[in-house]
Design a protein around this ligand. Structure first.
Ligand SMILES: Nc1ncnc2c1ncn2[C@@H]1O[C@H](COP(=O)(O)OP(=O)(O)O)[C@@H](O)[C@H]1O
Ligand SMILES: [Mg+2]
Length: 255
């Protein structure tokens, strides 16, 4: 049994067929990079894995059970521009991720439970290198720091699956390189299964243990919305070796 199974999944919005015939098996611990033209349905697939969108046809199952059609603690998501709570400090932003789960009526925990939540938050803040900014507010942080904060928030719920939607797209190249090191480290240490959408094919190959390329294989000029995109390339990479990105990019272009 695979960890996550995507069985003949189709997704449409109204008349527009977005995705079609997705059949994919994912093992726990894989890092899947998703690349493809803008608007082809990558974020839509992430949302279906998150549970905030439902497949029009087909099924996604996690550890043998159909996915709950709503977000839960097993799956965490980080968007390109994450809206962290502006009126909360770094520490409060990370703590609240857990407090909402544990005690969503009160919104916060007390006593020893609170102490535990605080310790856990501090360890994730440390893991993403934000300890020096622990009492700062989001507007006092750089873009890269805000993304680190978003990642710490997502990790706080100890998800099995981390969904990253162009998480580094808005960052400067130098900061991006630091974030790559960070996310790889977090992936390994937390035994996470990661799905990351990226515009940057090089980033996709560098980080992923597997790369999915999305494309439409069927076209009808009379009915441009009739067909959806599929995963046209599913490339498993040897993560112990530095990928030959030029050769892989070539492979996608030529085929
Ligand atoms: N909630 C929605 N209602 C209608 N159409 C949508 C909705 N969400 C996305 N779409 C459409 O689905 C297509 C795929 O969107 P998306 O998954 O965001 O693409 P990508 O992430 O690959 O750029 C786009 O044409 C988009 O306009
Ligand atoms: Mg998108």
């Amino acid at each position: 049994m695979s960890f996550l199974q995507i069985n003949n999944v189709w997704k449409s919005y109204g008349q527009a067929q977005i995705l079609e015939r997705l059949n994919l098996s994912i093992d726990q611990g894989e890092f899947i990079s998703m690349v493809g033209a803008s608007g082809c349905g990558k974020s839509t697939l992430l949302k279906m894995i998150l549970g905030s969108e439902v497949a029009t046809k087909g099924e996604i199952s996690l550890e043998g059970k159909p996915l709950v059609a709503e977000p839960d603690a097993e799956r965490g998501i980080v968007f390109q521009k994450y809206s962290v709570f502006p009126h909360m400090t770094v520490l409060q932003n990370v703590m609240v991720a857990d407090e909402f789960t544990k005690s969503f009526l009160l919104g916060r925990c007390f006593g020893s439970a609170r102490k535990q939540v605080k310790q856990k938050a501090e360890s994730f803040i440390d893991a993403v290198g934000l300890t020096p900014a622990i009492n700062k507010y989001p507007h006092q942080l750089s873009g890269g720091m805000q993304q680190r904060l978003a990642i710490a928030q997502a990790l706080m719920k100890a998800p099995k699956i981390l969904l990253l939607d162009e998480p580094f797209g808005a960052l400067d190249p130098g900061i991006r390189a630091d974030m790559h090191v960070l996310i790889r480290d977090i992936w390994k240490k937390n035994n996470l299964t990661i799905f990351m959408v990226t515009h940057d094919i090089k980033e996709g190959f560098e980080l992923g243990s597997r790369v999915w390329v999305f494309d439409k294989v069927r076209h009808d000029p009379q009915a441009p919305m009739a067909y959806g995109a599929q995963v046209t390339y599913d490339l498993k990479l040897d993560t112990d070796k530095t990928p030959d990105i030029a050769a892989l990019t070539q492979k996608i272009a030529v085929n």
